[in-house]
Design a protein around this ligand. Structure first.
Ligand code: 3HC
Ligand code: NAI
Length: 699
């Protein structure tokens, strides 16, 4: 917005924020607003002003791309601009539609009255970017909506509907007709009253309860420990809201500004901005432009109703897409449908879904034992046993039955998508959709591009991932795709560390403290140790005898029937079914196994544990990039943040590696190679970038 477009409605001026796609409040917009207000405040024909958004929304807040750059000196920054607008003697009404987020809502809070259209969402999501609302939000929101609501909204970053916003006092009214008409009518009314406009910064009712009970801040800090672990921004948000209850507005604003400045250039904020843009970048595929036609998906088929098929069917039902599941017989079908029903029922019992919503979803899931039932589906996702012959047979049948434009997707996690596609006469319609378990919960979807997958098939699968509420990342065909291929490196080194001297709880603690939700051994116990055991047994014949084997301990644990949480014991024993406890029996087994393998156990430092687990993972990521299996380093980061719990405030493994320094990682890999073996050799791309002194971000 070079100049804010202004429309006159009698004595009222309507100023539009106009900076597509989200009306970010960048320097040009701020300059435009300043110029418009200078004119309007001086214009005696104008008695009040309405600020509205052009296009899809009011405003998504500050322009995130400007963070870390030197701002132009001749343009007011956002907090100054909002203070100045609030000080206006002419009433200013915010007419909000779509979204008012971050600085967008802060701007509205600086206005003297707020009216929203139906289906509007408002909130202060800055914390999700590793920062805090730095344009007065931490000072005005508690004054307007109360401290408790401000703590909840600012620390969670969640957006609320216009109805909730009205209840909380964040907005004053919901327009029941045309938003601008309603805002203009209100502006005329306020101008006619002729009193000093109501300014959020001068309100105090919202603060009194907390002022009388300052202990509530410590209680709140305690309650957020788990979700804020490892991060600074959530705590800074609380400090600022606390300051609002202690300091006059102007001082509180200065306090907020200092806290904001400390956060915005730190690694946490850089990592979370990287995550924000990375998650939007994934949908951009150089040879599949936005204009690529897609197949509308109005109905789906799922083959197999086991662990994954059942979850995938729920994903379609949850997105309002009717789905037909085909199983091999009535018994397996009944079993699968019963599990789906139980899954929904558990959500209803926890109060997270209404019975009606559950009934609607169950009604959109149909079971069948004949492939003919899915002849008209727009997409079919195969989730049968992980055996090539079974999958090929399924795809041959699908080829014979399905309509021509269908997308044929496989959920395979280890098999070659191209070999599966070759069973059909239409490999261009075949693609991998690698859902993560539990499919109805995990947001990651690896979309596996076969050698012959057509642009239309790719574009449809990527578009569908959004419809399904997933983050789709396009990957190429290789063993394990992106996520599991890198995971393999990490799990292998974790196992070796335990053979060499660490205990599972040592490794898990280091990884947990790094920021993952749990370490590799607790994760294996959760997922079921038998899954890997079965794969290792199936691959035993192909295992090279001259290579160090990482499954010795895991095999022995499984031989004892310790499959993990589901059997009450695995790498740990379990209290209350879920809390892992170190187990002396396992420690004895580990010591005996190390001795048998000829290892003299040594003390292993936390730093070595971290480096041995994470550097090989990054190294594999470099190979994946070199081979073109992932399009961008940031795509690899998205896979790990969404699929494996890599801490978002570290930005994913490749972003984190850049912050460590690739020269450091390459040198460590060379050392590991010399000490342990060639499987630790640094990837050529890692070596090259380290030599150049650049990073994955420069690719
Ligand atoms: N700054 C710069 N670019 C932004 C942006 C912002 N605040 N918000 C969105 N964008 C860009 C996206 O990167 C994307 O670009 P692309 O098309 O090139 O990929 C485009 O706008 C569209 O965004 P989405 O795909 O996310 O659009 P949706 O319609 O799905 O979602 C939204 C809309 C809910 C507003 C979502 O964009 C969003 O959450 N935006 C960020 C909101 C936010 O965090 N605001 C706080 C900013 S920090 C701040 O205000 C500091 C202040 O306190 C001082
Ligand atoms: P599962 O064993 O739980 O379910 C497979 C289902 O397919 C069974 O219910 C079986 O009766 C059915 N089935 C077998 N042949 C069939 C046929 N010809 N027609 C119709 N139905 C048939 O297996 P799971 O775990 O659900 O795995 C399915 C696929 O998903 C596999 O390819 C697996 O590699 C992949 N995968 C599994 C993940 C997991 O964590 N379990 C994660 C990601 C992918």
């Amino acid at each position: 917005m070079s100049a804010a477009p202004i429309e006159r409605r009698g004595p009222i001026a309507v100023v539009r924020l106009d900076n597509p796609p989200v009306n970010g409040l960048g320097a040009a917009v701020r300059a435009g607003l300043e110029a418009a207000f200078n004119d309007l405040l001086a214009d005696s024909d104008v008695s009040a002003i309405v600020i509205a958004g052009a296009g899809r929304m009011f405003s998504a807040g500050a322009d995130i791309k400007e963070f870390g750059k030197t701002p132009p000196t001749n343009v007011p920054n956002l907090p100054e601009l909002i203070d100045w607008l609030e000080a206006s003697i002419k009433p200013v009404v915010a007419a909000i539609h779509g979204v008012a987020a971050g600085g967008g809502l802060e701007l509205a809070l600086g206005c003297h009255y707020r009216i929203a259209a139906p289906k509007t969402r408002v909130g202060l999501p800055e914390v999700t970017l590793g920062i805090l609302p730095g344009a007065g939000g931490t000072q005005r929101l508690p004054r307007v909506a109360g401290v408790e609501a401000a703590l909840d909204l600012i620390v969670s970053g969640r957006l609320v509907s216009e109805r909730e916003a009205l209840k909380l006092g964040m907005i004053d009214a919901i327009a029941d007709g045309d938003l601008i008409d309603a805002a203009v009518a209100k502006a005329i009314e306020l101008a006619d009253v002729g009193e000093n406009p109501r300014r959020s910064s001068t309100l105090s009712d919202g603060l009194t309860e907390a002022q009388a009970n300052p202990g509530l801040f410590d209680a709140f800090r305690k309650s957020m420990e788990k979700r804020a672990r490892g991060m600074n921004a959530p705590y800074a948000c609380v400090r600022c809201i606390e300051a609002a209850t202690r300091l006059p507005f102007a001082e509180g604003r200065r306090f907020e500004h200092e806290e904001f400045k400390a956060l915005v250039t730190a690694v946490e904020a850089r990592a979370m901005r990287h995550a924000f843009f990375a998650e939007r970048e994934v949908s951009k595929i150089p040879d599949v432009p936005d204009s690529t036609p897609t197949q509308p998906i109005e109905s789906a088929g799922v083959i197999g109703c086991g662990t994954m098929g059942g979850g995938i069917a729920m994903v379609f039902a949850n997105a309002g897409i009717p789905v037909t599941i085909v199983e091999s017989d009535e018994g397996a079908l009944d079993n699968g449908l019963t599990k789906i029903r139980a899954n929904y029922q558990a959500t209803v019992d926890k109060g997270r879904m209404s019975q009606q919503a559950m009934d609607e979803r169950m009604a959109s899931i149909t079971g069948a034992t004949d492939f003919a039932a899915i002849a008209d589906a727009d997409i079919v996702v195969e989730a049968v046993f992980e055996e090539m012959a079974v999958k090929q047979q399924v795809f041959r049948s699908l080829d014979g039955i399905c309509q021509p434009d269908v997308v044929l997707a496989t959920n395979t996690s280890t098999l070659d998508v191209d070999t599966i596609a070759a069973a059909t006469g239409r490999p261009e319609s075949v693609i991998g959709t690698h859902f993560f378990s539990p499919a109805n919960v995990m947001r990651l979807l690896e979309v596996v591009r076969g050698a012959k997958s057509s642009p239309q098939t790719i574009a449809t699968a990527m578009g569908l991932s959004k419809t399904l509420g997933k983050v789709g990342v396009l990957v190429g065909v290789c063993d394990g795709f992106v996520g599991n291929r890198m995971l393999h490196q990490y799990l292998r080194e974790a196992a070796f560390l335990v053979e060499e001297g660490a205990l599972p709880q040592d490794v898990d603690r280091v990884i947990f403290e790094f920021g993952f939700p749990m370490g590799p051994f607790a994760m294996s116990d959760l997922a079921g140790n038998d899954v890997g055991w079965r794969i290792r047994k199936a691959q035993a014949a192909e295992r090279p005898s001259n290579q160090r084997y990482s499954g010795t301990l895991a095999d022995r644990i499984c031989e004892r029937g310790r499959f993990g949480q589901k059997t009450g014991a695995g790498w740990y024993r379990y209290k209350d079914g879920r809390t892992p406890l170190p187990d002396p029996d396992i420690e004895a087994l580990i010591l005996a196994t190390s001795q048998e393998l000829g290892m003299s156990r040594r003390v292993i430092s936390d730093q070595e544990i971290l480096e041995r687990c994470l550097y090989p993972l990054v190294n594999e990521g470099a190979k994946i990039l070199d081979e073109g299996i992932a399009l961008r380093a940031s795509d690899v980061d998205v896979v790990w943040m969404q699929g494996y719990g890599f801490p978002r405030y570290r930005g994913g493994p490749m972003f984190w590696a850049d912050t460590v320094g690739l020269d450091v990682i390459a040198a460590a890999m060379r050392r590991f190679q010399a000490e342990h073996g060639d499987w630790m050799a640094p990837a050529p791309l890692l070596e090259r970038l380290a030599d150049e002194g650049t990073g994955f971000k420069d690719l």
